[in-house]
Design a protein around this ligand. Structure first.
Ligand SMILES: [Zn+2]
Length: 98
């Protein structure tokens, strides 16, 4: 085994990135969606020049990925919206209107 000089681990304890990087990342979830046509990623990120936040990634099986970074306030709004949507679906389960 050679010296790991070229894949030095990051000084930020929670960071999963190796090697030279400008954004610290903690990879949380990769969620397959639409029968595997997409993978949705959720990460905690901290760019060197910015504050910590949440990163959403959409990776289609074919084509370009997109990345959206949210502040904690924005991430909380998204969290509430998704929770509300799921609750509405569950409340309507069994009714004829869905
Ligand atoms: Zn890092």
């Amino acid at each position: 085994m050679t010296a790991a000089a070229d894949r030095e681990s990051c000084g930020v304890k929670w960071c999963d990135e190796a090697g030279v990087h400008t954004i610290h990342r903690d990879y949380l979830e990769s969620i397959p969606a639409e029968s595997g046509r997409w993978v949705l990623g959720v990460n905690v990120v901290r760019p060197h020049s910015s504050t910590i936040g949440v990163e959403l990634t959409t990776m289609p099986r074919h084509g370009r990925s997109t990345v959206v970074r949210l502040g904690t306030q924005e991430a909380e709004l998204l969290h509430e919206a998704i929770r509300e949507a799921v609750e509405r679906i569950q409340r309507r389960a069994g009714r004829d209107d869905i």
